[in-house]
Design a protein around this ligand. Structure first.
Ligand code: CP
Ligand code: NVA
Length: 321
């Protein structure tokens, strides 16, 4: 474990355009290589004998399997530390926990509640902290999503992505990542839910610098105009369970369905995306399981995104390009 301050991945704001492209393209290369069975033994030596911790205070299917899979790919032992497994939060502070764990492992993938917990981990950790979802960001999801878009369209440049859903962690990072990849973004939320103002400012700056469009709207049908990609996520994020009934009411009319699609002027080559887990209220089966849906390749890409990030931030010590 080195004592120099490591590079962390807190959000898509931590990587520039070129670095994001490299993370996505490397994920694609790892995917192709892994499927062809090429060089697996060589990669397996990179972190052989090391430990990688998954410090998760919320449940997870994709992020857990993909980060543990990424650690195993490089020969490291993944160590899943769920909220009922360790002393954190009950008997021990985040500071003491970070000092101890980071003295023994090569990297910490952290899934937490508040973004401030990610910041605190970064401040005290001797090893890279990779944000595995907090209330504000979900960078591993955004990398996998850009890869899924590139695979579906052959390019990311010149596309339009429309988000119809909550203003949440997934769209915060996806909007930044899309704009850094040449994709215009429309975000549609119910009229009483607004997109985070700091992310909006950042998105507007990125759009202006790249000649792209970024807009926040409240009408799904008009926002689908010329969209190539339509995306949503749960309306009730982890930690918001108490607001479920109120939020279901707020999102009346927001279910993505063939009926909604037919009312719009969406591009003929449109694709549907969702980070999963999915609930039928936000998207009907006739879209979710349609030929336009790329949700399962998108989910599969989480593994290659995690491998690419572990390669860049741990094997290559934060040097992405
Ligand atoms: N998309 C995603 O992060 O899924 P999990 O919560 O199952 O990890
Ligand atoms: N917005 C969701 C994403 C789950 C992967 C949540 O935070 O629960």
């Amino acid at each position: 474990v080195s004592s120099a301050s490591p590079r962390h991945l807190k959000s898509m704001l931590d990587v520039n355009h070129q670095e994001l492209t490299a993370l996505v393209d490397n994920a694609a290369k790892f995917k192709a290589n892994l499927k062809a069975g090429v060089n697996a033994r060589e990669y397996h030596q990179k972190l052989l004998g090391k430990l990688v911790a998954m410090l998760f205070s919320k449940r997870s299917t994709r992020t857990r399997v993909s980060t543990e899979g990424a650690a195993a790919f490089f020969g490291a032992q993944p160590m899943f530390l769920g909220k009922d497994d360790i002393q954190l939060g009950v008997n021990e502070s985040i500071y003491d926990t970070t000092k101890v764990i980071s003295s023994m492992v090569s990297c910490i993938f952290a899934r937490v509640n508040k973004h401030s917990e990610i910041l605190e981990l970064c401040k005290h950790s001797d090893v890279p902290i990779i944000n595995a979802l907090c209330d504000k960001y979900h960078p591993l999801q955004a990398i996998a999503d850009i890869l899924a878009i590139k695979e579906a369209f052959g390019t990311t440049q010149g596309l339009k992505l429309t988000w119809i859903g909550d203003a949440n962690n997934v769209i915060n990072d996806l909007a930044i990542a899309a704009l850094k990849s040449g994709i215009s973004v429309s975000v549609v939320t119910p009229s009483d839910i607004s997109f985070d103002s700091d992310i909006k400012q950042e998105a507007e700056k990125l759009a202006e610098a790249s000649g792209l469009k970024f807009e926040t709207l409240h009408d799904p049908i008009s926002a689908l105009n010329s969209a190539n990609i339509v995306v949503t996520d749960t309306w009730i994020s982890m930690g918001e369970e108490a607001q479920k009934q109120a939020k279901l009411k707020q999102f009346a009319g927001f279910q993505i369905s063939q009926e909604m699609i037919k009312k719009s002027n969406i591009a003929s080559n449109w694709k549907f995306m969702h980070c999963l887990p999915r609930h039928p209220e936000e998207v009907a089966d006739d879209v979710f399981y349609s030929d336009n849906s790329i949700v399962f390749p998108e989910a599969e890409n989480r593994l290659y995104a995690a491998i690419s990030v572990l390669d860049a931030f741990v094997v290559n010590k934060g040097k992405i390009i």
